[in-house]
Design a protein. Sequence first.
Lengths: 103, 103, 466, 466
Amino acid sequence: MNDINVFLGLLTVLVLAIFVGFEVISKVPTTLHTPLMSATNAIHGIVLIGAMVATASLINAHLLSPWLTVAATAAVTLGAINVFGGFAVTERMLQMFRRKDSK
Amino acid sequence: MNDINVFLGLLTVLVLAIFVGFEVISKVPTTLHTPLMSATNAIHGIVLIGAMVATASLINAHLLSPWLTVAATAAVTLGAINVFGGFAVTERMLQMFRRKDSK
Amino acid sequence: MTATAIGAIGDLFSIALFILGLHYLNAPATARLGNRLAMVGMALALAFAAWQTLGSAGLPIAIGVIVGGAIGVIAALRVKMTAMPQMVALYNGAGGGAAALISLVEFYVLSNGGHGLYPVIGVSLVLSAIIGAISFSGSIIAFLKLQELMTGRPITYPGQQIVNGLIALAVIGLAVWFVATAGLAAPWAILALLGVALVLGVLFVLPIGGADMPVVISLLNSFTGLAVAITGFELGSTLLIICGALVGASGTLLTVLMGKAMNRSITNVLFGAFGAAGGTEVASASGGPQNVRSASADDVAVMLAYAQKVMVVPGYGMAVAQAQHSVKALADQLEKRGVKVSYAIHPVAGRMPGHMNVLLAEANVPYPALLDMEDANPEFPTTDVALVIGANDVTNPAARSVTSSPIYGMPILDVDKASNVIVLKRSMRSGFAGIENPLYELENTSMLFGDAKASVDELTAAVKAL
Amino acid sequence: MTATAIGAIGDLFSIALFILGLHYLNAPATARLGNRLAMVGMALALAFAAWQTLGSAGLPIAIGVIVGGAIGVIAALRVKMTAMPQMVALYNGAGGGAAALISLVEFYVLSNGGHGLYPVIGVSLVLSAIIGAISFSGSIIAFLKLQELMTGRPITYPGQQIVNGLIALAVIGLAVWFVATAGLAAPWAILALLGVALVLGVLFVLPIGGADMPVVISLLNSFTGLAVAITGFELGSTLLIICGALVGASGTLLTVLMGKAMNRSITNVLFGAFGAAGGTEVASASGGPQNVRSASADDVAVMLAYAQKVMVVPGYGMAVAQAQHSVKALADQLEKRGVKVSYAIHPVAGRMPGHMNVLLAEANVPYPALLDMEDANPEFPTTDVALVIGANDVTNPAARSVTSSPIYGMPILDVDKASNVIVLKRSMRSGFAGIENPLYELENTSMLFGDAKASVDELTAAVKAL
Ligand SMILES: NC(=O)c1ccc[n+]([C@@H]2O[C@H](COP(=O)([O-])OP(=O)(O)OC[C@H]3O[C@@H](n4cnc5c(N)ncnc54)[C@H](OP(=O)(O)O)[C@@H]3O)[C@@H](O)[C@H]2O)c1
Ligand SMILES: NC(=O)c1ccc[n+]([C@@H]2O[C@H](COP(=O)([O-])OP(=O)(O)OC[C@H]3O[C@@H](n4cnc5c(N)ncnc54)[C@H](OP(=O)(O)O)[C@@H]3O)[C@@H](O)[C@H]2O)c1
């Protein structure tokens, strides 16, 4: 990531994604605020993949400090909590939105 | 553009821009359909820049065929018509949207 | 930091400005700001591009920009308000043509070395050439139809679909072969491809009626966007890819919205002519003499002058007759007498979205007097006179009740709820949809036959004389 | 095609699925589909990442994913519906913590060679460490407050702003110095940075009241998104950049919308406690004894049983008392007697958006009986009894008329327009906004004091006995 052009490419992607994020939220009814927050929360659980990549690079660099391995495993664990818990809790919230025609 | 990774980077940018394009159009009132069409028309006038780049690359390649120079100049001309005409006509349409409080 | 890097940062600002501009163009109050932002974005992008290209290719670029810019701006400022849609078509065609020519030039530049083209380059070259050329020639036909330099009627002939299909096949075949040989068959192949694509663009738009042209132009607009995005791949330009994709996507959505607003599906617009050749004729011919009342200008003038609330309902006929200034003059006379005059604007009255707004604004009708369909409909039950000036389909009550009607389900202006309805048109002929209007046979409706401008002027004179 | 290229194409599909998912999450009818799409996107992305990393680091990754996944899912399925917001806080904190730890690990990996870090890497490392750590510790405090493991009241002390300011300065100083030395001062510098940022996160959330936590969680959620996007720069991962930016941007907008829905600006939420320490106390204390009527459960039961139309207005008190099942039982009794029972749901009733919907759905109240504010308000003038169960602010007519009121301008449920208003609460204490409610002094209002669940159960028994 030392190349300025690579950086600029990533920056372009960042800007576009920010715009998508802003535009994709339109007139959300208030009842959906919490589920939407919860779903976006699950999506940033993508950090789990970052944790996996970092762990792999740690091993590949032959840095065998136990503390670092613990830190990397902890990062993966936290990321997994974020992803799996996040989606599960969103799914549960949204079950409340099934229309029940009557009791 | 022979590198697959460069291509994939451009593809990512393409996909994001398509999403921005879809999401940015929301509940447009019908009266704005024509101005919006006209404005997007002006924006693809960015092809003028492509024409400029192509012309420059033609000269740099020392391809001195008069026909090609005419084609390149024509591309620039058409691009310029698109940009300048497109914005001017949009601006004129939108002048109709100024609120006049009374005659 | 290299020049390229600085340019890339500048481009990023341009892109942000374009997106913000489109965002603001969604609401009337901010639309002008939106267009200005997009203009600033374009100026910025052009400045950076000029900085990077003028050095090597100053002369051809300067000539092209000055000539093209002058043509574009002068035409845009000179054209009549009502001719705007066809101007947009022309500008759009220019963009498509530019994309096609870029492919041609780049083909020579890239194949200069003698070795073939990389697949991605080859594919994008061919695609932007084809789509750009279709957009170019298709837009010109759309222009000719709307400008009435050729008939606005759908042009159909037996076997048309087969001919079009064969030509499309020829384009595809040439394109595949070009890519497969990595462009080494050139230059005749790329020239042939451009030629056949131009023909396809013409044939594609010919069978579509003039009234559907706004939708077609919007579709061709998104085609050009697509061609520009592909050109971006050809040149490795993020800026072109993003702007092209933005326009391609938003243009597609806009096309769908426009079709919806006039209750037509896109496939129906594009291929409708093949199925129902001459349907319009039949419907209007079967109309025959109806049971209608016609009134004199003097009768109507009295009715208007002593009304409390008059609702003007303009339509395509007002545009044809260019009666907007006369209408304003009549409204002024009535208002002098204390009559409240409003205007009910149907979203698809006329032949382009906002058509009536543009015309009435040109005649200086105050903005607050223009009512949207939603605001106008609740007013009709308390309206004394609904003055329908050259509108037909948008007032057709069959849309509410006759399920078999082609316009069934389209929201209409409920003029029939007014105490009196006066319809100004030249004959009993039908409107765009080619169907009869039961409104004209209602108890409370009277017809005032004649050209809209002439009739309105007569009314004004008669009101003045009272 | 290389493995990286295949992975990149897979990532592109994931990104499209995430965006589509968010798009569909905007409307109740499609929200579940939206979440499912996002889940598929995540599964796809994880599969590709596993394929590329499990080979080298299989064990730690497998342990982490299995342990973390199990904790996350089990907690999500076990938690009570009403505790959802604090669960979201915890999961969000986990994401922030992961981002911070990645920075730590990457610091060691990258500085392994002995030479410093490139500026872009150094800056992103530091930023994602700081923001991730703030989000981690801040989310935990938010959790503790909502779970009532610590006081939900704003925690303030003299000089707090100065202390927070100094700590923020320390963070900035350390960060600048770290980047300036290209990380060569490490490892203590990066550890110190993480430590101070954790403290800052705690101090940032402490002075904010429990009731504002949903907004704070939403804000911390977009912080984590930002941290993840920056982690993407650190690792050169387009996927992380895009997802992080998506969440950062949409989360920010959502935070603003949530604030708007409860008529609070974000700055007021974040820094309000500093200005108006104890404001709540003063206002509710000054209330004193008001001129109110209190009714017995039997009186109210008669009123309800012989009404034609009853509107239940639930609020935070119903959540506190966990009275939703009792309310449903009462409604069933009334419906047996032919009384029409509906529920008026104010958008910010309770302490999180959708709070009342979630509770009532849990109690199996049929969906069509729940009326939005827009639909409910026209019903009140024809309602015989408005039964207000632990709602206060959302029924306060001062919002309509008293310009000096802190909630002036907030749209409310017009319960005062009903023929009779019955208010179930424990005392005359004020609600979240800490202001008096003139509703209680109106002619047609009676109070039924007591815990909401106990009162409702009494009412049910009394109705049954009639
Ligand atoms: N707005 C858009 O974007 C758009 C685009 C494409 C299609 N459309 C369609 O166009 C239609 C618009 O409805 P509309 O009610 O405005 O128009 P219309 O239904 O097309 O009717 C126009 C009427 O004006 C009369 N007329 C024509 N020239 C006249 C003149 N010089 N003086 C007086 N009357 C004249 C015609 O009757 P005579 O011949 O008897 O005079 C005709 O019946 C809808 O069906 C809509 O779907 C709209
Ligand atoms: N929904 C959101 O997203 C959200 C988030 C943050 C803030 N808020 C704010 O929260 C407020 C919500 O309004 P609201 O009307 O629902 O609630 P509220 O105004 O906070 O009033 C709740 C009332 O319930 C009563 N109560 C508490 N526990 C009770 C129990 N066990 N039994 C019976 N009554 C009980 C309390 O009175 P007693 O103590 O006398 O019983 C209190 O006055 C608004 O001001 C809103 O802006 C909402």
